[in-house]
Design a binder for this molecule. Structure first.
Ligand code: EPU
Length: 429
């Protein structure tokens, strides 16, 4: 298994270009099951994207990487053409769903187009129970019959019909699943209390570019009028705001001026607000943000919330900054019930963080020291990388396969900024 070895304390300087968004690319790729053809640009090269493409191929899609660069040995280009050949396959097996929960995003489009879906129940994961009851209730309201047997969801319909869906919580993949189903359903669907995350809006804009009739993209009320079929299009996936946020925290910790390019500052507002409260002085341009290390970071209080609140996907990354800031900080996690597994590892590096239920109390003023630590999920790994970059001495982060699910070449991007980080085999001397 791969590990990262980091020698901390080296300043970061230069420019980093942010990749396409994982959480926007995933639903957009799954929407290929609605049929037709399209080309996507700015698709990040990530393990979750490869898993999605292989599931889509099993379900009958044809995928092609365009324009392979002559200089690169990898076949990955960021531009993918995808078409659906309408095979009778409709099953997402356990082996794939187990490695990537987002596979449940095939339910909506399969039901809409093939009128049948069989998808392994995702089960809990380390960060929380993560049920999908809201997705299933909405599909039932739209005319699907759903049964769960032997760990599989079996869903079928004689044809989905539009419905009024009032979500009890603005679930992100739930909103995306219902939106995809509604695009080809008969009649009008309204989703109220819909997730407002920019990635949901990106999916809506993509579907609109394919001829879907959607109003309210990016707001909490989506109105979708079903159409017969979608048309061909080309589309550029939005930037990854969590990757951008991770580099912003890196710059706030160690930046000797880091320019983060390829971003739209608006969806980063809640992250920038926290950094500003801690003393950051970012220079914000239309498509770039430049930031240096905060000279005397001060503690602050943060609560994770659905968009436009502070994202739960940035909670682990902000903790090393809180740990080294002067004065106490607090972090309340309201989205997932068990998303503090990185805290024990950060404490082994010298942070002083106490967990009280859903709240992490950070003492502040700690000097982090390198240690051997274990990554337990994607964003926890990113938090540990940032802790390793600022810690004194060497940190080894084991199980970094988690980070490869969601960060494109993070060690190469950091190395180009001057970090001492390398990928090694675990236990390699
Ligand atoms: N929930 C339910 N029932 C449902 C759906 C959700 O109880 O039917 C609960 C969840 O258990 C959770 C809360 O609602 O406590 C929020 O879950 P949500 O459905 O919004 O999360 P998700 O769609 O499963 C997406 C991202 C996550 C991100 C969350 C929150 C994708 C592929 N995943 O997950 O990203 O943390 O929204 O913003 O978009 C990551 O990238 O590392 C990641 C975990």
């Amino acid at each position: 298994m791969d590990a990262f070895r980091i020698v901390g304390g080296h300043p970061l300087r230069g420019t980093v270009r942010i990749s396409g968004s994982k959480n926007a690319a995933l639903p957009i790729l799954f929407s290929s099951l609605l049929g037709g053809e399209f080309t996507l640009r700015n698709v990040p090269c990530l393990r979750d994207i490869r898993t999605t493409l292989s599931l889509l191929r099993q379900l009958g899609a044809h995928t092609e990487h365009l324009d392979p660069p002559a200089t690169s040995p990898s076949e990955w280009t960021g531009t993918i053409s995808i078409s659906d050949r309408q095979t009778p396959d409709y099953e997402a097996p356990y082996d794939l769903v187990r490695t990537m929960r987002a596979s449940v995003l095939c339910l909506g489009p399969l039901l809409a187009r093939k009128r049948r879906a069989r998808v392994s129940l995702p089960g809990g994961c380390l960060i929380g129970a993560r049920p999908i009851d809201m997705h299933l209730k909405a599909f039932e309201k739209m005319g699907a019959r759903i049964t769960i047997h032997h760990g599989y969801i079996d869903a079928e319909t004689d044809g989905l019909v539009g419905a009024e869906i009032a979500l009890p919580y603005p679930t992100v993949t739930g909103t995306e699943n219902i939106l995809m189903a509604a695009v080809l359903a008969r009649g009008t669907t309204t989703i109220s209390n819909a997730a407002e995350e920019p990635e949901v809006a990106d999916l809506a804009h993509f579907l609109m570019a394919r001829g879907a009739r959607i109003s309210g993209a990016g707001t909490s009320t989506l109105r979708i009028e079903g159409v017969e079929a979608l048309c061909e299009t080309g589309y550029k996936i939005m930037f990854d705001r969590i990757e951008a946020g991770t580099f912003l925290v890196g710059a706030a910790l160690l930046g000797d001026s880091v320019r983060i390019e390829g971003v739209d500052p608006a969806p980063l507002a809640s992250i920038l607000d926290v950094l500003l409260a801690m003393g950051a002085e970012p220079r914000i341009e239309e498509e770039a943000i430049t930031l240096g290390a905060i000279r005397k970071p001060v503690g602050t209080s943060v609560r994770t919330l659905p968009y436009p609140g502070f994202p739960t996907d940035m909670q682990a990354q902000i903790l090393p900054l809180m740990a080294t800031a002067s004065g106490p900080s607090s972090m309340i996690e309201t989205v997932f019930e068990n998303r503090f597994t990185h805290v024990m590892e950060m404490n082994r590096m010298g942070a002083e963080i106490e967990i009280h239920g859903s709240q992490a109390l950070v003492r502040g003023g700690s000097r982090l020291e390198g240690a051997i630590v274990m990554a337990s999920d994607l964003r926890a790994s990113a938090g540990l990388v940032l802790a390793g970059l600022v810690a004194e001495g060497e940190t080894e982060i084991k199980r970094v396969y988690h980070i490869d699910r969601g960060y494109e070449a993070i060690e190469r991007k950091l190395e180009l900024l001057g970090a001492r980080i390398k990928r090694v085999q675990e236990d390699q001397p």
